[in-house]
Design a binder for this molecule. Structure first.
Ligand code: SAM
Length: 465
């Protein structure tokens, strides 16, 4: 059977989509290749959030077309995901070696289209149409049966699309309208994962706090979207109700989710942190800017004061909660005073870490038409200043863990040094330690001995107990 190599750009949602495509192909008999150089099919799952993510994927495909295709003319090349959705046929016009362009509602059709292309039944395929019910198709996982590769953590997609229309963001145009999966489907998928040894599940969506708010028409074959049953969760948002039913799954040890939106962060969600012990003390809460003027221009729907109030409530519910965020630097018309507000917000919150994005002008988004687009060197300079601050705060916060005993879930060999093992604390810190395969999937206590930049180093404390 043919082998396939999938390279993923962008966010965790894209990682999850790629995994579902890979699992679908494996079920159909395809094998997974270790690199593009030995694969019969090379797929790039793309990101459109910033221009450089698009350029990276286009350059990669140009190289593959120029190099691999020259020696192996029958290799099938494809673009999947967000850039495929937004550019469609244009990608084949620009790169005629590309055979397949599949949009964000078509991942589940990958195997059928590849079969047809490989069998020579079709020459090129471009499919970026909307497909009702496609939110329910990201459900297959690559679950390895043997202990060596066993996954102990998994991502579960609970919804697709976004209706927030932040003025900088291309996602509503590439991922379409918000569509939520029925809770029964999500719970069934989580149960199956736990039965295969998964201990930690991350619920995924562009804006998970909007889960189930919009009644989308569901195909007759699927149960109606959100009957949570037995009068449970009254007065709570569908997302919090979903957290409660997932929390009931026996054998599941930890629940995470990403990303929430501050606008949807009600008291019920804060309370969930206090009530649900499996919901770990970690929150990724994108703020984007510390300036009310910029937040308004971004169409974020909250103020700096409201954001700080949520942080205060979260810390009251879980004092040791780890808090991370996303920030955009250099939004059109951002002044030095606006930027100073962002710096001061970071000092006030003391984020454990932050993902910093240089503003990237995205075609057809409202922000692209705003006056006073900032020059590149100014964005670079502000980015460097903010990064230095985030590193300084992170360094201080991470060093506070030294000497403490913490519970980690062991995920496998460390990415940077495969001779060592790594696990994750409940507050989402990576801990590297001397471990072995037998530790994989274990919840164990370690004593933190040293802190690096956004990494902790530990010793199994179990011996001292
Ligand atoms: N849905 C989440 C939210 O907005 O709350 C985040 C999803 S988005 C794919 C991830 C991050 O990319 C955003 O939080 C934002 O910081 C960044 N981003 C989105 N559009 C961008 C743009 N045009 N330029 C720079 N960064 C951008």
């Amino acid at each position: 059977m043919p082998s396939v190599y999938i390279k993923t750009y962008g966010c965790q949602m894209n990682e999850r989509d790629s995994e579902a495509v890979a699992a679908q192909l494996v079920t159909k008999g395809y094998t997974l290749a270790a690199s593009e150089h030995v694969a019969d099919v090379v797929l790039l799952n793309t990101c459109s959030v910033r221009d450089n993510a698009e350029q990276k994927a286009i350059n990669k495909m140009e190289n593959i077309a120029g190099d691999i295709r020259k020696h192996r003319p029958n290799v099938v090349l494809g673009f999947l995901g967000c850039m495929a959705q937004s550019r469609g046929q244009e990608l084949i016009d620009r790169l005629p070696d590309v055979d397949l362009v599949l949009g964000t509602q078509k991942f589940h059709r990958t195997a059928d289209y590849l079969d047809e292309l490989l069998a020579g039944k079709r020459n090129k395929v471009v499919d970026t149409a909307e497909e009702p019910g496609s939110e329910g198709t990201i459900r297959e996982h690559l679950l390895h049966g043997n202990a060596r590769n066993k996954s102990v953590t998994a991502f579960v997609s609970i919804m697709q699309g976004c209706n927030q229309y932040c003025t900088f963001c291309i996602v509503p145009y590439t991922r379409g309208e918000e569509r939520s999966r029925p809770p029964e489907d999500i719970v069934a998928e989580c149960r199956q994962l736990v039965a295969h040894g998964v201990k930690e599940i991350t619920l995924l969506g562009q804006i998970v706090t909007s889960y189930g708010r919009r009644k989308t028409p569901h195909p007759a074959s699927l149960p109606s979207p959100h009957p949570m049953g037995r009068g449970q969760g009254e007065g709570k948002t569908p997302f919090v109700q979903l957290l409660e039913v997932v929390h009931e799954i026996e054998g599941l040890e930890r629940i995470r989710f990403t990303s929430p939106h501050p606008k949807g962060y009600g008291d019920d969600l804060v309370e969930a942190y206090a009530q649900l012990p499996k919901l770990v003390e970690s929150a990724h809460l994108p703020v984007q800017s510390g300036s009310d003027r910029v937040l308004k221009l971004m169409h974020r729907g909250y103020t700096r004061a409201r954001y700080l109030e949520i942080i205060r409530k979260l810390r009251a519910a879980r004092p040791r909660i780890g808090i991370t965020t996303d920030i955009i630097v250099g939004f059109p018309s951002e002044t030095e005073a606006d930027f100073t507000e962002t710096l001061s917000l970071c000092r006030e919150v003391e984020f454990d870490n932050a993902f910093l994005f240089k503003y990237s002008r995205r075609k057809d988004t409202p922000a692209a038409a705003l006056p006073r687009q900032l020059p590149e060197p100014l964005i670079e300079e502000r980015h460097a200043r903010l990064l230095a601050l985030i590193n300084e705060i992170g360094g201080r916060k991470y060093s506070e863990f030294v000497g403490r005993q913490m519970q980690i879930l062991v995920e496998g060999p460390s990415r940077k040094n495969s001779a060592r093992f790594s696990g994750r604390t409940r507050c989402n810190k990576i801990v590297v330690f001397d471990g072995s395969e037998r530790h994989r999937g274990e919840l164990m206590d370690v004593k933190i001995t040293r802190a690096g930049l956004f990494t902790l180093y530990g010793d199994p404390a179990i011996l001292n107990l």
